[in-house]
Write a protein that binds this ligand. Structure first.
Ligand SMILES: [Zn+2]
Length: 417
């Protein structure tokens, strides 16, 4: 308890005012402009588009506005303006038309945190739209191999390969935009992992792991969401193992990081909503894992655990343990591409079903589409696409009139999932 109090005191010393300053507008492509602002530290931001008249709004929590922001720019931007609210700053981008936009990202630089918002002109739009951003966290990496499998396979490799498989599906499916918390075999600290989720503007986080246990017989996949009081014994054991590293990690939070622990106290309602949404997302993924003929299930309900990577106050976060590498059957399944692909597919379908039920306004799922648009990649074959989306080749052929026709890179096909 005393340690907890001390750490709160320490954190409070770091908290200084977070000031919003306009930076610039840049043309970053033929039809794309980037509007940027400076902040002192990474902020909790809610962003959304509004219609009649068209505008994009960013509410920057616990920030200060000490100088007037009122800028004009070329088409389609009418005006960039900001108004102080109680503890927040509201930035409004007034627009002449509807736009495709990218959720704001926050990049740490030497001069401060650069908040960037990208807007693209698109004459065809009848309302503003953006992609759903999915952060994918491949567990461990670099000098931390995680669990070593009974067949000598390393957890850090399994998690990276499943993450890449999921990334590929999301990237090539219209309306989704994946961001990888780690791309290669690199060491990323726990703080950096959840900090990056916020910096990338993610809507949800999926953290991918594989289990280890002293008993070889224990097997199967399970799904976790964060809780301060871990509810399952297995989860408690795992958290115990990580405890020392975690405590060292907590001390490493930087002054320009976002303090999730502090924010959780300030915004309990937002946090409770996030816990509920995480559970829903976890259940959707677990439902799919249960349907997967290759994967056994370890725990039939979504479990709670003290996995720090999941602790964002507002971003629904789920951790998928794809199986026990200490179990020979699971280790063999996860060593092979088909086994890993099944985990990635269950996660993707779970994510999609979650958003169909809880659509974010201004994204493609809002109209509850019966299919997704997939862009054919070089080397794609229909049978493999069918496996990745959990549908039959026949259903894809019929929906897209592909009977006796070949597919080509860049072609957009519909897949009813
Ligand atoms: Zn792990």
């Amino acid at each position: 308890m005393i340690r907890k109090l001390l750490s709160i005191l320490l954190f409070s010393c770091f908290i200084e005012s977070n000031e919003v300053v306009f930076h610039e507008v840049n043309e970053v492509g033929n039809d794309t402009v980037e509007i940027s602002f400076f902040l002192n530290s990474v902020s909790f931001i809610k962003s959304y588009s509004l219609e009649n008249p068209s505008r994009i709004v960013m509410d920057l929590y616990d920030t200060e506005l000490n100088s007037v922001i009122e800028e004009s720019y070329n088409y389609p931007i009418k005006k960039i303006r900001a108004t102080p609210q109680e503890n927040n700053t509201r930035i409004v981008i007034d627009l002449y038309e509807y736009v495709y936009w990218v959720k704001p990202t926050q990049v740490k630089t030497d001069e401060g945190v650069l908040l960037k918002l990208q807007i693209s002109r698109n004459k065809k739009l009848k309302s503003s739209i953006r992609d759903i951003v999915v952060a994918i966290d491949a567990g461990h990496g670099g000098k931390y191999p995680g669990t070593v499998g009974s067949n000598n396979i390393l957890e850090k490799d399994v998690t990276r390969l499943i993450a890449q498989e999921l990334e590929r599906t999301l990237r090539d499916t219209e309306g989704y935009s994946p961001v990888m918390i780690r791309k290669e075999d690199e060491t990323v600290g726990l703080n950096d992992r959840y900090q990056r989720v916020r910096q990338y503007g993610a809507d949800i986080l999926i953290s991918i792991h594989a289990d280890g246990f002293r008993l070889q017989s224990v097997k199967g996949a399970s799904v976790f969401v964060w809780s301060e009081e871990a509810s399952s014994t297995v989860a408690n054991n795992l958290s115990e193992k990580q405890r020392k590293r975690i405590q060292a990690d907590i001390k490493n939070i930087m002054p320009d990081d976002f303090n999730e622990d502090e924010a959780r106290k300030l915004y309990p309602k937002i946090y409770n909503q996030k816990i509920n949404e995480s559970k829903m997302l976890g259940e959707k993924i677990l439902d799919q894992l249960k349907k997967d003929p290759y994967t056994k299930i370890h725990k039939k309900n979504v479990e709670f655990a003290d996995f720090r990577v999941l602790k964002s106050i507002d971003i629904p976060s789920v951790l998928v343990e794809s199986g026990f590498l200490t179990n020979p059957e699971d280790a063999e399944r996860l060593k092979g591409k088909p086994g890993r692909r099944m985990i990635a597919r269950s996660i993707f379908l779970g994510i999609h079903n979650y958003f169909l039920e809880n659509p974010i306004k201004g994204t493609f799922v809002e109209k509850k589409p019966l299919y997704v648009n997939y862009e054919i990649q070089k080397g794609d074959v229909l049978s493999e696409i069918a496996i990745r989306f959990g549908v039959t080749v026949q259903s894809i052929s019929e929906l897209n009139n592909l009977e006796n026709k070949s597919i080509f890179p860049g072609q957009i096909i519909r897949i009813n999932i």
